[in-house]
Design a protein around this ligand. Sequence first.
Ligand code: AMP
Ligand code: GLY
Length: 412
Amino acid sequence: MKILIVGNGGRESAIAVKLKDDKRISKMYFAKGNPTTAKLGQNVYEDSVEGLRDFAIKERIDLTIVGPEAPLVEGIVDEFKKHNLKIFGPRRKTALLEGSKAFSKKFMQTNNIKTAKAVVFDAYHDAIDYVRNLKFPIVIKASGLAGGKGVVIAEDLNEAEATIHKFMIERIYGDAGIQLVIEEYLRGFEASIIAFANGTELFPCIPVKDYKKAETGDYGPNTGGMGSVAPSPEFTAEHYKDFQENILAPTLAGLNAADIHFKGFIFFGLMVTADGTYLLEYNLRLGDPETQVIFPLMENSLYDVIIDCLEGKPIDLKWKNEKAVCLVMCSGGYPRVIETGFEIKNLDKVENSEVLFAGARALGDKILTSGGRVLSLVATGATYGEARDKVYKDALTIKFDYGFYRHDIGKF
Ligand code: AMP
Ligand code: GLY
């Protein structure tokens, strides 16, 4: 079997590591990949949907797995299916559950899914009039994809008005801000649950805690994720029951009612408050850095469960009774303005954890930083402390100029 994996982050590195020992896989290709995936397969420099389609036809790829949201929303799955290419992921229409927050909020409301109260706006003046009568804080979201930056928690009316102006009039995120979702602020802790979908059923993985804020102690701006732990230590059986009854079951019922039978991943971004578990968002893909801690604990072959899902069969996910911790090392300035191109040193001295590259590139025999989230360090252990000590030991070893990371991942 030849496999094509679309994406180039830590998530795609984790997919590569999970698949690497599967004897049925003769070759893995990555578009565009990174230094981790280059070691485990071949990086290819296609990134348009048409380019990837032509590559899959030419190389006779047996299975394509899509990491990021953008190609899904562009319709990569529809295009591959037209050409009878096997691909794991939702069609464009389904990916809009992630790509349009207005669409997904309507889906949640129609299907009685437990979520924050919200109103969708298409007109600037209506949005401004609405926020004048609210109690703060409130949450303002650009409906379209904005690279994780389109959500603002407005503390007062001034900030709310300025945000609506930036999104709808200045269009700082382009067309993503044509529509807004304005919703009630929920106070609590977050959890991520990713499920495999086989067309008729959903099979959830263990809950994960993702650390979204840039700085130790949960300060600073929101990021793509600075670290993660699995299973989430905060998400109890009671929270899970709430999730199953009020989010998972009605989501499946809603998908079936809309005649959506996709095969791929669905990610539930959850907020747990004093009133229980709420759905903040769907993503129609694996999370980053959630994937980095899910796959090391998953006992099943990833290849088998994907093939079973594609064939519409049920799967039985099995988990190791261990903990996993992922620490993301970043370029100085992330998630704002970053400088890259610095050599990553001492990689040969890493002894305790797995290095999964993301924003990094090879230059001769050196590896240089090339993005905000440079690499993930991942380890497992009998306790959170054991896994945490491994990644932090290696974080002290690895050096690159202006690098930084949080000091409290997996610390409770
Ligand atoms: P989203 O892309 O909708 O998940 O929002 C990104 C982040 O904004 C979430 O991970 C939360 O940290 C925060 N957020 C979104 N919606 C809410 C809400 N209703 N209340 C509080 N925080 C929120
Ligand atoms: N870590 C959150 C995400 O992948 O969207």
